[in-house]
Write a protein that binds this ligand. Sequence first.
Ligand SMILES: [Fe+2]
Ligand SMILES: [Fe+2]
Length: 303
Amino acid sequence: MIKSLKDSILQVFSLVKDKYEHSSHAKRLDHILGVAQTAKKLALKYQVDEDKAYLAGLLHDYFRYEKKEDVLYLLTEEEIKECDQTPILYHAYAASAFYLKEIGTDLDIAYSIKYHTFGKLPMSKLAEIILISDYIEPTRMYKSCIYCRQLVEKGLFYTAIYVSTNDTIKLIQKEGLNPHQYQIDMLNYYEEVMKLELLDIIKESLNKVKASDINIYDSRNISPFYDYIVLATVNTTRQSEAVKSYLEDFIKDTPYKIRGEEGINTNWYLIDLNSVIISILTKEERERLDLDNLYSNLNEVDI
Ligand SMILES: [Fe+2]
Ligand SMILES: [Fe+2]
């Protein structure tokens, strides 16, 4: 008989509880339950199966304090080789293998558990959820964890993955160690993805003030300064200023900053966000300058 997910959850819940509740690592149980709850909430928000998220959260640290010798039976030779180079991976690889051996067959759950420590590209949404839940669950009180928790609450999910990866790498380097290749790959990838999240915020702020003809151009290949150029049309300067104050408000306590803003003339307002530059123009000015034509060889970004 095939076990349902709900049955698996009950089974894993009692396994985890039995292991940790009266052990010297009882605090780990709070963390595990925190991860499972956080993952479930995020799954609901991002349309991922909540039961899968909850189950992966429950199981992710099941072998956190196990001796290496006691989990070797679960791992392949290749995995053992990999874990020997980075021993922190043992507990995650073992939990994932244990899941497939004893609990269920879902490969997404297995992947999310296996790579919850550093992440590993390509990440599924479930894997992203488990990774970030491990970092931001409510019992985590490190400054960076609290900061990332706030980012996720604001909807800046990818930004939080970038920041958590970056901060973890910095911590590792401070200890004189090298980051794992998976972490470096994650950092590079999410640095790009988080820019799209910023574009989302920009687009929302432009929509809020009823700007029209919003075009986003990918300028990564032609500009050493900006990755994206945003053009939008407004009727009055007041709308441009409203965009700026909306953005300013939203990006407070995030890694994003307005580097500068400038009214070139009454018809053209610029907001510089480091990787993105926004030009807000009146219809006449936009036609006169013909910027869309200037950028016509660039790819448009559709978000
Ligand atoms: Fe872990
Ligand atoms: Fe954990």
